[in-house]
Write a new protein. Structure first.
Length: 282
């Protein structure tokens, strides 16, 4: 009986000590009033180029502010938003505002922009022609199957004088059906993933290929030197830090945006990408 009572007493003491340890651990992870402190680790999903490269440069500056950056890279435009919604990420950095808005409308994501960081001018590339004026009648223009980019591309082609869009259409929402005049009877092929466009260009397919700068740079192309035309740098297609609504007020997210807009990072972007990626400050 004494041995049995001793065993029960030992177990009871062990449970009490374990409970105390758990309470102490929870206390260490809590702020005043018992509220949980914000984690100093920020997990951000990004495209390889230029987003991940910019984030890598920002890591030391973010560490100085007391935050650790955990970088996760993606090769497509779908998974980063899915991962953000499922809370695998604290933020993502790969998309411009019109794409973000289209994804929110299509999937019901409750996301918001924590701040714009840069613009990637879209370029026109051709293995056959040196400028847009040389494009022949019936030329095939290849562009991505991302509808969110169609208005951007068509607006660019309109600005270059190749087509005219209906006057009452919102430029960022324009589709092929909104083309009013097409003097050269250009044909548009929109069957390809954006990431495949550099290979399409290298294969010499079509007469001209429109490629986002991040994919062009990743494939070894220089948007300023290799394109036959490039989008105006005043483009409204700003790449942003996207977060779940409400998280934009978190200290870590605000620190991330502040660092990415710092002079050090803006100078890095200008020097590394030589105008193919343009930083913004709001």
């Amino acid at each position: 009986m004494k041995k049995w009572l001793s065993l029960v007493l030992a177990l009871a003491v062990a449970l009490v000590l374990a409970a105390c340890g758990t309470s102490e651990e929870e206390g260490n992870n809590a702020g005043e009033g018992g509220e949980s402190k914000e984690s100093t680790k920020i997990t951000v999903g990004a495209s390889n180029v230029p987003h991940a490269e910019i984030l890598e440069e920002a890591k030391p500056l973010l560490e100085e502010k007391g935050f650790e950056l955990d970088l996760v890279t993606f090769q497509d435009y779908v998974l980063p938003n899915q991962a953000l919604e499922s809370e695998e990420l604290d933020a993502n950095y790969f998309q411009h505002i019109p794409y973000l808005e289209s994804q929110k409308a299509e999937h019901g994501y409750d996301f918001t922009s924590a701040g714009g960081i840069h613009i990637e001018p879209i370029g026109v590339y051709s293995q056959k022609y040196k400028n847009l004026e040389e494009l022949p009648e019936g030329a095939t223009i290849i562009m991505s199957n991302s509808v969110a980019d169609h208005g951007r591309i068509l607006s660019m082609l309109e600005a270059e004088g190749l087509i005219t869009l209906n006057e009452d259409v919102e430029k960022t929402e324009a589709t092929l059906e909104d083309i009013k005049d097409n003097p050269k009877k250009l044909k548009f092929d929109t069957e390809y993933e954006a990431s495949l466009l550099p290979q399409i260009y290298n294969n010499g397919e079509g007469d001209a290929v429109l490629i986002n700068s991040n994919y062009a740079i990743d494939a070894g192309l220089n948007p300023l030197e290799d394109s036959i035309a490039i989008e105006d740098k005043e483009s409204p297609y700003v790449n942003v830090i996207a977060v779940r609504s409400g998280d934009e007020e978190k200290e870590g997210i605000k620190a991330l945006v502040e660092v990415l807009r710092s002079k050090e990072i803006q100078d890095f972007i200008l020097e590394k990408y030589e105008g193919a990626v343009v930083p913004v400050s709001e």
